[in-house]
Design a protein around this ligand. Structure first.
Ligand code: NDP
Length: 337
């Protein structure tokens, strides 16, 4: 009998998540049936969407999230022991998976074997070669449609998606400005990742900095944060500017009554003919392979660097999650079980 641990949602998050919203439980898993396999979590992802999506599920569910896990027992020849899968299995140490059921489907995606990435860490399937990497790739290329010589601004630039977007834009020959929340992250973006300019929105005036860094205006905005930062960026965009609305983390944990009343953006959109389009990365599920291959190629060529903030120990999932929401991560936030 395998002893498994999982976090159960006992209260929906309100504003900032609290440790008492989740409960760690231990249970024995049943014996495997034909067609099933048992996995052990190796790396678990902590992502901003968990803060909002959890509210869609009833109290009592396992806290949602994806993980890379190793098959440790199997009654399914397509999923042999020793192989790894990626799946939206939730915050669990061990899971029995029936690949033909829809139990662990998330936005239409089933648990699946991960591609072989040789010596690279399997954790990358959750970051630069996973959901965040594909968001950066498709969101930038398909929605911002960047052209060489243009100016791109990316917010949430110190995180997984943002740091990746800026590097692809540099590969494509754009001038890149990142907005992030600390001097350390600004230095990383400019000195190591090759961004042209980085703004610390906690200590600097974003509007003044953008006017200095992009005096002729901004062509593309990859928006990870929403709110006031985005309003400032949008008001400095050029004619025919394109905005990829990837996320709005500044609002995820905010008390709705504390949010600013709506700013009128329409004149800016109309007179500058701006275009804003949102996406869910799963929209490109049938092209997933393309983003993984391209990101992998750029890693091998030394053009795409990545950083991971790894918290050790499954019991520390909550701290890692909240730390990521507070911007304590640089690059992809993960837990090593
Ligand atoms: P990150 O690694 O970027 O971690 C979250 C980051 O958000 C923090 O590190 C911090 O970065 C920033 N942040 C936190 N609070 C605020 C705030 N109040 N104002 C501004 N910035 C804040 O997470 P991801 O890269 O995984 O996700 C980035 C965004 O992309 C999120 O909005 C997420 O929801 C979205 N997303 C959307 C997907 C889609 O399919 N549409 C798929 C994946 C992600 P910093 O230090 O730079 O400020």
């Amino acid at each position: 009998m395998v002893k498994a641990k999982r976090f159960v949602v006992v209260k929906h998050f309100q504003n900032d998540p609290k440790p008492s919203d989740l409960q760690l439980v231990e249970e024995e898993l049943p014996v495997l049936q034909n067609g099933e396999f048992l996995v052990q979590a190796e790396y678990l992802s902590v992502d901003p969407y968990m803060r909002v999506y959890t509210q869609r599920y009833p109290i009592g569910v396992t806290m949602i999230g994806s993980q890379v896990a190793k098959i440790i027992e199997s009654k399914n020849t397509e999923f042999p022991v020793g192989k790894r899968i990626i799946g939206h299995l939730g915050w669990r140490t061990h899971t029995i998976v029936n690949p033909y059921s829809s139990e662990y489907d998330f936005l239409g995606i089933k648990p699946a074997l991960v591609p072989d990435i040789k010596d690279l860490s399997p954790s990358l399937h959750l970051g630069v070669l996973g959901m965040t990497g594909s968001s950066a790739y498709f969101g930038l290329l398909d929605i911002c449609k960047p052209k060489q010589g243009e100016v791109l601004v990316v917010s949430g630039a110190g995180g997984a998606v943002g740091s990746h977007v800026g590097q692809i834009a540099k590969i494509l020959g754009l001038a890149v400005i990142g907005i992030t929340d600390s001097d350390e992250k600004c230095k990383w973006l400019v000195e190591e990742l090759g961004f042209d300019y980085a703004v610390d929105y906690k200590t600097e005036d974003v509007e003044v900095c953008l006017k200095k860094a992009a005096p002729k205006g901004i062509d593309c905005y990859f928006d990870n944060v929403g709110g006031e930062i985005s309003t400032i960026v949008i008001y400095q965009m050029k004619n025919y500017g394109r905005i990829a609305a990837c996320g709005s983390i500044s609002a995820y944990s905010a008390d709705p009554s504390s949010l600013p009343k709506s700013t009128i953006l329409q004149p800016q959109f109309v007179f500058n003919r701006l275009k804003m389009e949102s996406f869910l990365v799963t929209d490109w599920h049938d092209r997933w392979h393309e983003s993984v291959q391209k990101n992998l190629q750029w890693i091998h060529e030394g053009k795409l660097l990545y950083r991971e903030t790894i918290t050790k120990g499954f019991e520390n999932m909550f701290d890692a999650f909240v730390g990521m929401l507070q911007g304590k991560n640089i690059g992809k936030a993960l837990v090593q079980a």
